[in-house]
Design a protein around this ligand. Structure first.
Ligand SMILES: [Zn+2]
Length: 291
């Protein structure tokens, strides 16, 4: 697929459901809106895929036909830092999500790794790292191709700081960097508010994972409300009281010649995805004119 920044919603937009659209219609409807990515939500799944292989493949074919890039958000019921039985159950859920991700042809399976719980932070992280290495090797022996995308998290008790996610990407095979900018904003208590703050993150990613991993990061974006523990609620782009500011990320995308996929997690997911796309288009266009 061509290297360009792609935009799409986190799940099927509610309006499509109201229109009575079937799942395989969704990529065409997104293309008609000018969007070119979709994160299929498998967030409430248990130990088995909750979509038939046939329907999944129809979705995959429709996405290809309409040049919509698919990703899949795996089950929320995961804790790779828990007790051994919890970790084993989490692995099964992730393998189920990965199986369906391959059926639809998703390039990455995004997921939340888990919680520190009562464990020491370092121990919780090591448990998570070992579990992910095992999942990655199980996936290889099962012939599953989708990349593992542990996401940067927004609450203090969740495993998934930027440093932890960078380490997972360095240490585990077949991973894809997933940065949720709203979560970073929440965990940093709103201190992601100057263009330099965004640049610093891109630079840190580049130093740790290289230029191409930085340019091709998978992103989640929305505005967010936070409290001292971090993430509270996702908000729409129009809500001025909340951050982060997409304009600043768009400038960094242009500066660093990035081509990320940006999944919009605001309550207005497809509408806001279009707004972000337009913001980036204007920035790229004004730079062309200045040359
Ligand atoms: Zn997520």
């Amino acid at each position: 697929m061509a290297e360009r920044t792609r935009f799409g919603p986190a799940g099927v937009p509610p309006m499509f459901r109201l229109m009575g659209a079937d799942l395989p219609d969704v990529p065409r409807l997104l293309r008609e809106e000018g969007l070119d990515a979709l994160e299929y939500a498998a967030v409430r799944w248990g130990p088995k895929p909750q979509i038939s292989q046939e329907l999944a493949q129809k979705l995959g074919a429709a996405a290809k036909e309409n040049n919509v890039q698919l990703s899949l958000h795996g089950s929320y019921y995961i804790n790779l830092s828990g007790k051994p039985d919890v970790v084993e159950a989490s692995k099964r859920r992730l393998i189920a999500s990965a199986t369906a991700a391959d059926w639809i042809g998703a390039y990455v399976m995004v997921f939340h790794t888990g919680f520190y719980g009562r464990f020491e932070k370092d121990f919780a992280f090591k448990t998570c790292l070992d579990a992910l290495k095992d999942i990655s090797s199980q996936m290889r022996s099962l012939g599953l191709k989708v990349k593992l995308g542990p996401e940067t998290m927004g609450r203090k008790f969740q495993v998934g700081s930027l440093d932890e996610i960078l380490t997972l990407n360095q240490e585990v095979e077949n991973t894809q960097l997933v940065v949720d900018w709203a979560h970073l904003y929440a965990i940093r208590q709103g201190t992601l508010k100057k263009p330099e703050d965004f640049r610093a993150i891109a630079e840190k990613v580049e130093q740790n994972l290289g230029t191409e991993a930085m340019r091709s990061m998978h992103c989640h974006f929305s505005k967010i409300e936070f409290n001292p523990l971090g993430e509270k609620k996702h908000h729409t782009l129009d809500e001025e009281r909340f951050g982060p500011d997409f304009q600043m990320l768009a400038e960094v995308i242009a500066d660093f010649q990035m081509h990320p996929t940006i999944i919009c997690e605001s309550p207005n997911m497809d509408v806001d995805a279009r707004k972000m796309q337009e913001t980036l288009r204007q920035i790229l266009e004004s730079r062309q004119l200045k040359r």
